[in-house]
Design a protein around this ligand. Structure first.
Ligand SMILES: Nc1ncnc2c1ncn2[C@@H]1O[C@H](COP(=O)(O)OP(=O)(O)OP(=O)(O)O)[C@@H](O)[C@H]1O
Ligand SMILES: [Mg+2]
Length: 310
């Protein structure tokens, strides 16, 4: 399975091109899942069909569509973590964590964590089922934060693991000295293999490390979509810098909504964006005359360079 992310400034054509690429990959004989991680979904509108959190087969083809419900994912994420906390710290019942539940969903970062958790689950569960997963993402800032999370999380978990080891060592010492190793009737472990917190931490670490390996690996591709204008150029430059900082693979950019590829502005934007990046392939996509460009009748081949490059 390969994954392709469509990223870029708001309104440049991420959803349209993600849909077109998904459609063309399916037409080329692949099993494809197109999934939106943008809270403001458009996939359903583009394919003229109602979509939900559950994937839906599109017109008996090998193309499947899904719009991730990030609010639901965020609630699931918080609930899972609350019950984990309650389970692990059952001896701390006076500290009533339920009251935090409603507030936590407004906490900064929850949407990003919900997105990356849903993505990790998707990659893990669907690996065998698809040749490609095409991902429509929210505009630049949120996408970069989501893509940065696995690496940041692994670094944090490593620190927590270190702290946990120190706690377990202290417990062991106290147990040796006093013979006491329970709290309010709950037996407290001091062996790493018996400690629930340590096991959960290591399990989380493995999952985030896997998703990080996937994102940075050669089966993944981050595509940047931009338009022939300076605002789009500036934001795409920031996006490409972010993708480079995160060491993620990026070899195709889509210059979308081109009236004339030879116009001054189109050439300047392209030259500036690709300065120092001869490795990147540019796919030029015309500005279509139709009032509603339906992705799956777009006649330009958008997947050739992509298939060659990944
Ligand atoms: N090549 C094209 N020619 C003409 N119109 C296009 C083209 N690509 C996209 N559009 C139109 O531009 C608008 C924005 O496209 P789209 O929704 O795909 O962008 P987006 O980057 O996903 O936006 P958002 O950031 O809001 O998710 C839509 O009206 C779409 O039909
Ligand atoms: Mg979109």
């Amino acid at each position: 399975m390969k994954t392709i992310f469509f990223s870029g400034k708001g309104g440049v054509g991420k959803s349209t091109l993600a849909s077109a690429v998904a459609w063309q990959l399916m037409e080329a004989g692949n099993r494809v899942l197109a999934v939106s991680f943008d809270p403001a979904h458009n996939l359903g509108d583009i394919f003229h069909t109602k979509l939900s959190h559950r994937k839906k087969r599109f017109k008996k083809t090998n193309l499947f569509l899904q719009e991730t419900d990030l609010e639901q994912s965020a609630n699931e994420y918080i609930e899972a973590n609350m019950s984990l906390l309650n389970e692990v710290y059952s001896y701390m019942q006076p500290f009533n964590m339920d009251s935090y539940f409603n507030v936590l969903k407004y906490s900064p970062g929850v949407e990003e964590y919900a997105a990356i958790t849903a993505m990790e689950k998707l990659f893990r569960e669907e690996q065998e089922n698809y040749d490609y997963i095409v991902i429509d993402t929210p505009p630049t800032g949120l996408t970069l934060r989501i893509l940065a999370l696995p690496k940041i999380t692994v670094a944090w978990i490593d620190r927590l693991v270190k702290l946990r080891k120190q706690i377990l060592e202290k417990r062991y010492t106290i147990h040796k000295l006093s013979g006491k190793y329970s709290e309010k009737g709950t037996k407290l472990a001091y062996e790493e293999s018996e400690d629930t917190v340590m096991r959960k931490l290591l399990d989380m670490r493995e999952r985030y490390q896997n998703v990080q390996n996937w994102l940075a690996g050669d089966k993944n591709s981050i595509c940047v979509v931009f338009n022939p204008d300076y605002l789009s150029l500036r934001e795409s430059q920031r996006l490409m810098t972010g993708v480079k900082d995160l060491n993620l693979p990026m070899h195709t950019v889509y210059h979308n909504k081109l009236d004339d590829p030879n116009s001054d502005i189109a050439q300047k934007v392209e030259q500036e964006l690709l300065k120092g990046r001869p490795d990147v392939v540019v796919e030029r996509v015309p500005n279509m005359a139709e009032p509603e460009p339906t992705c799956y009748i777009m006649d330009k081949n958008l997947i050739q360079s992509f298939q060659e490059n990944t």
